[in-house]
Design a protein around this ligand. Structure first.
Ligand code: G6P
Length: 740
């Protein structure tokens, strides 16, 4: 009883210290966040100013307000920027963007030689106005950039809530620990009493049971103390995430956990060509992101063996160690017959779910037989997970729309598994999703996961909406969870990325050499400017639209003729489907048409290279390019955009990026375009090709910094940390004898 009292005393003391700590930290954090956010906004405004100053001067010199409007609208696409405009020397406001508050007036702008920042209140909002002098001839105007500062209050509120939540968590953990302690002590005490009575009665003594109980006690305390470990690490921006830090995280937070990946596409395909067997790394964003992660973690990757030499290269358990030159993990191949492939892969996955989830205006097709085969193949992969798992609680990373049913199937077979499902493509709104005849089963399958990840919060919201509409479940938007049949699934945004530093950059010659080699290989004159597009031949990528933009540019600005070549690399993909083969035919016809219109005997403006290119070739082309065009009509993330920036260690080259890619949320320093707006894309191409060196550098540096900081190791780490927290919570419940 004395120990119980002492525990309660320390608990009270702990809670008091925690509360005092909270009260002391909260105001300090508010000030810090306010200052930090303001600095952030100022730096952002400065970056924009530096980037566009020369274009404004040029437009002012030409008196071209339309050009200014276009430029300002492009700047205002940045979600944080409220409005942009130019205060004329006489005080009028030129080319204000759509969201410019009516109450804003240039009169209030401080006119000094240097930049100035002021805060004004409009309609109850705090607005920060950055004013930057722009001189043209003898006149001086001011570029005004308005930021709505309400996000600071939100951020402070979130930080305060976070601190309170953490402190509350600590207090609860302490209370929980103390309660368990009291409970265990009390039980032990009662037990001792009972045994003492028994001992007195029988004259014997037993200490063994007490020893067992205190072992559990120690374990629970250890688990409780570990619950928050890792969370702080992921938020620490100064950590540069790498294979080593990821391994360290696994060691510390998930000791002895085995990692299994499930995907349709395999990371290494063995193909036979006559007497030789070659290895191919497929063109797949999923593969390029996951491969470095499993190389770092080790484990088993379960995927469809699709190569012509795949069967002859595996052992009798259908496994092969990869990467071939430096094995780091095991690849388990699953065999799928041609008929199954028709229904599962071409049919349900690529004629059904793919067009359903992408807004590219291709009609989804759903067939009963495809659905039957989709279920069967999902079951086959779930069985393979059970066969490969060495423990009853592996971490299973289920990938993409090919396996929407597998999470539930795996959960039924391995109830203690931690299943992290990542959906690499967009998730549509509820109404669109309702087209799928088996929507309830798909959602139910996905909710077998412990964690369900999408690239953007927008897609998470769409998913919540879909669940809400079609499934009887409990949705907790505050904690971003869905509970179905007593099982809770966390639904979170984890924007995927690439490895940093990128392996394909190793051994690349300097940019000038790459450029010379690419020009020589394509037979281009030494001063030809190069724009590139590189991807799978997919109708979601907007390949035709960007070719039309090149056509438009050459028509409106014929001085580019003979000086600009657009190189489109397109890897054939899913060619059995008419939506894909007809795209290929259309692209060839369009390239011929544009080349006939603008080309000559020694000038071919569009080069269409229809074949798979390896990573080194792709990087060489990126390094040779003046600009890269990613004009997807809809894309979950688009890693090509990130790879282009990663390839440019010279900090040059311009990215023209569709606003309908997940990547556009992160790479705000790209030239963001609407791929449906031909004229806008052509103008962006022109801007890219004429962009001053300094501006290219600023933009490229910002993008590279973002990708380095938020690389794929951090992507994986964020999910694994959430997984670790979930596993510990479950183990505490198990140890305490409860269920979840
Ligand atoms: C997208 C999908 C991946 C897929 C890749 C290549 O990125 O999200 O799951 O692997 O396209 O497509 P494929 O059909 O060749 O695997």
């Amino acid at each position: 009883m004395q120990r119980t009292k002492t525990a309660l005393k320390y608990l009270g003391l702990g809670i008091a210290v925690t509360v005092m700590l909270g009260l002391a930290i909260a105001p300090f954090s508010k000030r810090l966040i306010e200052q930090w956010s303001r600095n952030d906004v100022e730096a952002r405004s400065r970056l924009v100013y530096n980037a566009v100053q020369s274009q404004i001067v040029a437009a002012m010199a030409d008196g071209d307000n339309v050009q200014l409007s276009l430029l300002f609208s492009a700047i205002a696409l940045d979600q944080r920027i409220l409005a942009v405009g130019l205060c004329a020397p006489q005080g009028g406001l030129i080319a204000p963007t759509k969201m410019m508050p009516a109450a804003f007036s240039c009169e209030k702008v401080a006119r000094s030689d240097a930049e100035s920042f002021s805060t004004i209140a409009i309609d109850g909002h705090r607005i920060m106005v950055g004013a930057f002098p722009v001189s043209s001839g003898t006149t001086r105007s001011y570029l005004v950039i308005l930021h709505d500062l309400s996000f600071i209050d939100k951020r402070s509120g979130e930080a305060r809530a976070f601190i309170i939540a953490v402190l509350f968590g600590v207090a609860v953990a302490m209370a929980g620990g103390a309660m368990i302690f009291v409970f265990v002590t009390l039980r032990g005490w009662m037990e001792s009493l009972r045994r003492a009575v028994e001992d007195v009665r029988t004259g014997t003594s037993s200490l063994a049971a007490t020893r067992d109980q205190s072992a559990i006690d120690v374990q629970i305390k250890k688990l409780l103390s570990e619950v928050e470990v890792g969370r702080s690490a992921i938020n620490a921006t100064q950590i540069e995430w790498s294979p080593t830090t990821l391994q360290q995280l696994l060691r510390d937070s998930l000791p002895e956990a085995e990692v299994l990946i499930v995907s349709n596409r395999e990371p290494y395909i063995h193909n036979r060509d006559g007497d030789t067997v070659s290895v191919q790394v497929p063109a797949s964003g999923l593969v390029s992101a996951l491969e470095p992660v499993i190389r770092a973690c080790g484990g088993t990757w379960i995927a469809h063996g699709s190569g012509s030499a795949d069967r002859e290269t595996v052992d009798r358990h259908d496994r092969i160690d990869v990467p071939p030159d430096r094995p780091a993990y095991s690849l388990r191949r699953i065999w799928i017959s041609d008929e199954e492939q028709e229904g599962f892969y071409y049919g349900f996955a690529n004629e059904g779910l793919w067009p359903l989830c992408h807004i590219a205006f291709v009609r989804p097709t759903f067939r009963e037989n495809d659905w039957r085969l989709y279920q069967a193949i999902n079951e086959r992969f779930a069985d393979a997970v059970v066969q490969e798992a060495k423990t009853d609680d592996p971490i299973v990373l289920v990938q993409d729309y090919h396996f929407a049913l597998a999470p539930r199937m795996i959960r039924n077979k391995l109830p203690k598994a931690t299943i992290i499902t990542f959906w690499h493509i967009p998730w549509p709104n509820a109404e669109t999703f309702s087209i799928c005849p088996w929507k309830e089963q798909i959602i139910d399958g996905m909710l077998g996961s412990t964690i369900l990840g999408f690239h953007t919060q927008f897609h998470c919201n769409n998913f919540f909406e879909t669940v809400d509409r079609f499934i009887e479940s409990r949705i907790d938007r505050e904690h971003a969870t869905v509970t179905l049949g007593g099982h809770e699934t966390m639904v979170r945004a984890y924007p995927i990325s690439i490895e940093w530093p990128p392996a394909a950059l190793e051994g690349q010659p300097p940019v000038e050499v790459c450029r010379a080699e690419v020009r020589a290989a394509l037979g281009l004159a030494p001063d030809t400017r190069i724009a590139v597009g590189i991807e799978r031949f997919d109708y979601t990528k907007g390949i035709l639209d960007r070719m039309r933009a090149v056509d438009d540019l050459l028509t409106r600005q014929p001085d580019w003729k003979g000086r600009l070549v657009f190189v489109q690399v397109a890897a054939p993909t899913r060619s059995k489907l008419s939506s894909y083969s007809s795209l290929q035919d259309d692209a060839v016809a369009l390239a011929d048409e544009i080349n006939a219109r603008h080309g000559s005997a020694d000038y071919t403006p569009i080069r269409l290279l229809i074949r798979h290119h390896g990573a080194a070739e792709v990087f060489k082309l990126f390094r040779a390019a003046d600009c890269c065009v990613v004009s997807s009509l809809h894309d979950g993330m688009n890693l090509v955009a990130k790879e282009f920036a990663a390839a440019r260690d010279d900090e040059r080259g311009v990215l023209v990026l569709s606003s309908f890619t997940g990547a556009s949320r992160e790479l705000a320093a790209a030239l963001i375009v609407n791929p449906y707006h031909l004229h806008e894309m052509a103008t962006a191409l022109d801007t890219a090709l004429r962009m001053p060196d300094r501006e290219q550098q600023e933009r490229m540096r910002a993008m590279r910094q973002q990708i380095r900081e938020w690389n794929v190791y951090r992507w994986a780490a964020r999910m694994l940390i959430d997984a670790a927290a979930s596993r510990r919570r479950q183990r505490i419940f198990d140890l305490a004898g409860g269920a979840r």
